[in-house]
Design a binder for this molecule. Structure first.
Ligand SMILES: C[S@@+](CC[C@H](N)C(=O)[O-])C[C@H]1O[C@@H](n2cnc3c(N)ncnc32)[C@H](O)[C@@H]1O
Length: 332
């Protein structure tokens, strides 16, 4: 399967009446996804598989079929339908991303297919808020999830194709309170503050250089944290997913607190060792940051997700949105 470089861009050039048709198509797909067989069919079509035309005829009108092909969401060959995209079901949302490709096959405009963010969506501090920022929005999963409880959401990404795909995902889910902006970190929202800021950060590669398409890595985290004080409201929360790497002369925690600069309390749920190579071993964690006494609290959890740390000591319930089978709160 190949990442479709055009389809996200194609969305931007379609006319408004086509956008209305996309909203209707999205409603139909969400309705299908409620039923098991419909969800399986969508997962096959927008996954690794092919679906025969008779099956497509039974669920999509001919207008929807034309739209699917016109948008580049599907291909049709010899009576078989397939897609260069993957679809993810997140709560009641359908989100399109590029497929999971080996690093060597990813084009520079590649949009991440949710490594880490599905878990991040479950540990978000929820509750009604006015303003949210999704930094490095990718295909828009976090921005769209948060649009359900925030009045206004802004998603930012340095990759223009991520912005096109996020806009497409907002339209197909008929979400109207989210705006997506192309730019470097806080540049598109210079003087604005947000009640929630989330960032599923770019990570590192095997050879110690940066894995992300735009080749930045820890410097992005440094610039992001340095600007946090100016962009987070007084009682706001920032949540991150990132890799932590200690060096003999520099602990990750020290760098992190130095970059934050001001008094922030940081709670990290550390979910274990990621052996990226003999050169580099990193731990991956979910970070929740808020103003308060300067403190870095780390809680450990084995990779199996069977949590073993002292959960009752967590200052906030980060696992309110997990069902017990996903994470055993008792640690048993
Ligand atoms: C790990 S992906 C996360 C994507 C999406 N939020 C998710 O959770 O699936 C990191 C994203 O950060 C974006 N990014 C990297 N450097 C950036 C920068 N300087 N400013 C804005 N976005 C950046 C990348 O293009 C990428 O989409």
């Amino acid at each position: 399967m190949q990442a479709n470089i055009d389809a996200g861009q194609r969305y931007l050039s379609i006319a408004n009446d086509t956008k209305r048709a996309v909203v209707t198509l999205g409603a139909r797909m969400r309705e299908l996804a409620i039923r098991c067989e419909g969800r399986d069919l969508l997962a096959t079509l927008f996954g690794e598989g092919c679906v025969v035309s008779q099956m497509i005829d039974s669920i999509f009108s001919s207008a929807d079929q034309t739209l699917l092909l016109h948008m580049g969401l599907t291909d049709k060959s010899n009576g078989n339908w397939s897609s260069p995209f993957c679809v993810h079901f997140v709560d009641d949302l359908l989100i399109f991303t590029d497929p999971d490709l080996p690093q060597a096959e990813r084009p520079t405009s590649y949009v991440d297919p949710f490594w880490g963010s599905k878990i991040l969506t479950r540990v978000l501090v929820r509750g009604k808020v006015a303003t949210v920022l999704d930094m490095g929005c990718g295909a828009g999963i976090l921005a769209l999830t948060m649009s359900r409880y925030a009045e206004n959401v802004v998603g930012i990404d340095l990759n223009p194709r991520a912005i096109s795909l996020s806009k497409f995902n907002a339209t197909i889910n008929d979400v109207q309170n989210v705006r997506f902006e192309h730019g470097d970190l806080y540049a598109p929202v210079q003087s604005k503050r947000f009640d929630r800021i989330v960032f599923n950060t770019p990570s590192f590669s095997r050879d110690g250089t940066d894995q992300n398409i735009l080749n930045q890595g820890e410097t992005v985290l440094q610039r992001f944290l340095t600007g946090l004080d100016e962009h987070l409201t007084r009682d706001g929360y920032c949540q991150l997913c990132c890799l932590m790497q200690d060096f003999p002369s520099s602990r990750f925690e020290d760098r992190f607190m130095r970059w934050l600069g001001q008094d922030f309390q940081v709670v990290v749920v550390d979910y274990g060792q990621e052996d990226l190579s003999a050169l580099m071993a990193a731990r991956c964690g979910w970070f929740t940051i808020r103003r308060g006494e300067r403190h870095f609290m780390e809680f450990f959890q084995p990779p199996s997700l069977g949590y073993s740390g002292p959960l009752e000591q967590l200052p906030i319930d980060l696992f309110a949105n997990f069902v017990i089978s996903e994470m055993d709160k008792s640690g048993a």
